[in-house]
Design a protein around this ligand. Structure first.
Ligand code: SF4
Length: 357
């Protein structure tokens, strides 16, 4: 294990295991043929890709160290890799030396954080996913119209803190359908609901149903707040889970969309489902009697980590891999404007935020 201690972050990180250590899992007999159903889409979304490239390019442009407020994306491998390249992760902008470069993470920040960075003379690069920024704008708009916002999301998640900061006095957080029963609002006819981008679609719809029951005139957001990547990965794992004895989700414990994938798999037919950061965490006993293994990964997971899982599963006899594809994704976002050109003024080929896996 490695331990990040830069700033206030103190995260135990499993040591990256690339290249993979092979032949750890044993090929034990099961009643029928062994196979893997590999969900697609999986892994990196456009917002994560853009944020990770933003840190890489900031290091190229400005040299090490570049400070990053919070984990740039919620994945221990990505964070530890960037740290090894010279990024320093901190919890708050007050930990960044005055005048230094700081990158805001894909999960977004509140206006108070932006102001805090400006007060310290920091050179801020905003890697907030544009789909999170869209929710921020909705919060600002509805707040300025005097509406009260019911934000569906998880307390303590950085995205929720950032969104609430855009309409702090006019937002109430609801974390699940049951919490709707306890909601106290001033004007039941002046409500609008918004949501975190990485929630379970089904659970959120249940929360909305309960909100509508109690507050029939509550207004919907102008468009989906749960992002395309979260929705697509949940649709794919639902299809995989129906036929899976076991589902393995590659993703970190603090990755909301990865944790949701485990829940969705269990709700849609998987007999068991586990989340792992690395293939080395797969336990031999998970494979007892298992014929079909479903595999997917959260939106902040590089494909190399999925490949390690597939390699280890192949060692255990699961070399027959069929992809279950439910959508094509080709969305790309422009990089933050400070980073679109290299030192010669040429537009970097990654400037659109996309990269091959
Ligand atoms: S999961 Fe969705 S909202 Fe979050 S970074 Fe990816 S595309 Fe953006």
């Amino acid at each position: 294990m490695s331990h990040i201690t830069n700033g206030a972050l103190a995260i135990d990180l499993p040591t990256p295991r690339v290249p993979a250590v092979r032949n750890r899992l044993k090929d034990t007999p099961v009643p029928g043929p062994k196979r893997v159903l590999l969900a697609a889409p999986r892994g990196y979304c456009a917002g994560v890709d853009r944020a990770v490239i933003a840190v890489e390019k900031a290091l190229e442009h400005y040299g090490s160290p570049v400070y990053v407020r919070k984990q740039i994306v919620h994945n221990v491998h990505v964070v530890s890799t960037l740290e090894s390249q010279g990024a320093i992760f901190v919890d708050e902008v007050e930990e960044v030396p005055e005048g230094a470069h700081v990158v805001f993470s894909a999960h977004g920040v509140s206006p108070a954080v932006v102001q805090g960075a400006a007060d310290r003379g920091l050179q801020a690069i905003d890697a907030t996913c544009p789909l999170v920024t869209k929710v921020h704008r909705e919060a600002v708009r509805f707040g300025s119209q005097g509406r009260h916002i019911i934000l569906i999301g998880h307390a303590g998640h950085e995205e929720v803190e950032g969104t609430m900061g855009h309409a702090a006095d006019r937002t109430t957080l609801v974390q699940n359908p049951d919490e709707v029963d306890d909601l106290v609002v001033e004007d039941p006819d002046n409500l609008v609901w918004l949501s975190q981008t990485t929630l379970s679609v089904d659970e959120t719809m249940e929360t909305v149903r309960r909100l509508r029951e109690r507050f029939p005139s509550i207004q919907n957001p102008p468009s989906d707040d749960i992002c395309y990547a979260t929705q697509n990965r949940q649709v794919a794992i639902k299809k995989v889970a129906v036929g899976a004895d076991l589902v393995i989700v590659v993703g970190s414990a603090n990755s909301s969309n990865s944790v949701r994938l485990v829940e969705v798999a269990l709700e849609h037919g998987a007999k068991a489902a586990y989340r792992v950061d690395y293939a080395s965490e797969i336990r031999q006993e998970w494979l007892d009697g298992v014929e079909t293994v479903g595999v997917t990964s959260g939106a902040s997971v590089p494909e190399v980590l999925v490949q390690e899982v597939l390699d280890d599963l192949a060692d255990a006899g699961y070399g027959d891999v069929a992809e279950v594809k439910t959508a094509e994704e080709d969305l790309m976002f422009s990089l933050p404007k400070e980073l679109r050109k290299d030192s010669t003024g040429a537009v970097d080929e990654r400037a659109l935020g996309g990269r091959t896996r």
